[in-house]
Write a new protein. Structure first.
Length: 195
């Protein structure tokens, strides 16, 4: 991420962080089901915190980067070039557990997790990751990948528990520009998953 600096009069430069990621959005019915799982988890464990809006629920496949002030258009162009050559078949995704990851104090992500139901998603993400590597696109993601959907950032970590499988068949994956802290997403590109 570029270093932030002030202007000639000592005013700080913009600290707005612009995030770029490749992801799969939840369709409305899956998003509603995910919100219901969150409501049950909050009720069962007294979880307090900020839920993610249903229209923002997604699986981050690759966190490309965080940038101060604006997105580097060369990175966006390089991603488009790397991904254009992929032709991927559609696949089913199913999450069957809710749990948590460690986070900053008071901001523990409450997440959907999966077993066998996310293996095709994991394989697709691996092909996408390698396509970016071949094209020389550097990202903040690593090769290791734990598919998950962040539902909320809570004040504690609820214990992991099984849920009725929550699944869907993604029709596309997207390049998303997120204005961090503003809950604003800009869809920069979409690529269909065929079949």
């Amino acid at each position: 991420m570029p270093v932030l600096s002030g202007d000639l009069f000592g005013e700080p430069a913009s600290t707005q962080i612009e995030r770029l990621f490749l992801g799969v959005m939840l369709p409305p019915d899956a998003a509603a089901g995910a919100s219901k799982v969150l409501d049950e988890t909050r009720a069962d464990h007294g979880l307090k915190g900020s839920p993610i809006r249903q229209d923002r629920l997604h699986v981050t496949l690759i966190h490309v980067g965080d940038y101060a002030g604006s997105l580097p258009q060369t990175v966006v162009a390089d991603i488009r070039t790397a991904v254009e050559g992929l032709s991927e078949a559609a696949f089913d995704v199913a999450f069957d557990r809710v749990g948590s990851f460690a986070g900053a104090p008071g901001r523990h992500p409450c997440v959907l997790l999966g077993g066998d139901g996310v293996e095709l998603l994991r394989a697709f993400r691996g092909r996408l990751f390698r396509a970016l590597l071949r094209a020389g696109v550097r990202t903040l993601s690593r090769e290791a990948f734990t598919p998950h959907v962040t539902l909320a950032y809570g004040d504690r970590r609820p214990p992991e528990r099984a849920i009725d499988p929550l699944g869907w068949r993604p029709a596309e994956f997207l390049l998303v520009h997120s204005e961090v802290g503003r809950s604003t997403y800009h869809m920069l590109a979409r690529w269909p998953l065929h079949g």
